[in-house]
Ligand binder design. Sequence first.
Ligand SMILES: Cc1ncc(COP(=O)(O)O)c(C=O)c1O
Length: 433
Amino acid sequence: MTTTDDLLARHRAVLPAWISPLYAEPIELASGSGCRVTDASGRTYLDFFGGVLTTSIGYDIAEISDAVRRQVDTGIAHSSTLYLIRKQVELAEKIARVSGIPDAKVFLANSGTEANETALLLATQLRRSNQILAMRNSYHGRSFGALGVTGNRGWAASSLTPVNVSYLHSGDRLRGLFAGLSDAEYIAKAVEDLREVLATTTSGDVACLIAEPIQGVGGFVAPPDGFFGALKEVLDEYGILWVSDEVQTGWGRTGEHFWGYQAHDAVPDMLTFAKGIGNGYALGGVVARAEVMDCLTATSFNTFGGNPISSAAGAAVLDYILDHDLQGNAARVGEVLHRGLREIAAASPIVADVRGRGLMLAVEFVEPGTLTPSPRATLGVLEECKAAGLLVGKGGLYGNVIRMGPPLTLTEAEAKEGLGILAHAIETVGAAR
Ligand SMILES: Cc1ncc(COP(=O)(O)O)c(C=O)c1O
């Protein structure tokens, strides 16, 4: 029995059955540097998933480790918000500045789930309504409220919910009712659908729409540019708030913009963030207009949210992203990957779609010549990539999408190396059908 076999057996014995590591033979990441990780057996991989778009800068980055070490060396890992936390204030100031939200205030938490839970709390309190609009195929976290707005059966562990939700269409035009519509036709239909949903499934005084600009767990499905701006015109008629869940799309990941919402010609009332801002340290939060953020009348706080260590890490990550123009890098290197993936797709009968923006890319697998989802081919590609030294992720409503979200520091040479592995993996799986 190898060390990893032993760890897998211990994992299964003591951790919940619903936490399942990837791969027929799961691996343990023992060390990392830049965009590469090394497993416990000493094999090194190029990492195109970054721990689900969370290792946003890469592994073992001196600026971030030094910032954390400096805070650790003060002896204060925690103080609580009973006392002023300089690092928290500094980070909140930086995030408010880049948020694009006017008169912005920031609440710091530990995760995307907590961030979205807070946004739902603020919206429902401000609007005195528990009615929420969410998108089909969405994922917003694993608490009761966040699960209550999750429109994906594979991730919706419970139907119990504190909110009353109406679901809008997801933006999927590969299959389903809106398949094949042009951008303009799709937006017009979606606006019509929103009006109908408001009139038929709500009492009008809805608290908010919560939506991911690009659906993460949902397989990087996205509506056309301008879509949320068009919905917002209707929301504004009713005073309904718009919450943009930027947990995967934030911090320049999409290349063309710093936030996913910026493709939609409108500014949300709140945005939520997590994952990439910590580069691995637990950090999430909400940005909202002061009037929205300050609507709570009871005292509320978060013991660990924005603690000095996470805040020091977050500030160092944000500085690094801005100082090194990683948004620009995501656009440039992302384009190399998009182009390469499109070429691979054109030659493969098992690829139905290549999508995403910047360094957020997805490939959807089907049975040859059909639109029937193929989770089998997807798993095959996942395993072939691993065997050749590339880590990618999986997702999509049908489990038939390979997702990629490498560190934003990915170089063009690394992108091409990964493309070579992907091309070979997709060809091998396509030929073996
Ligand atoms: C879009 C989105 N929102 C929220 C979450 C929940 O974040 P966390 O796992 O940090 O609670 C996730 C996690 O994958 C996500 O992708």
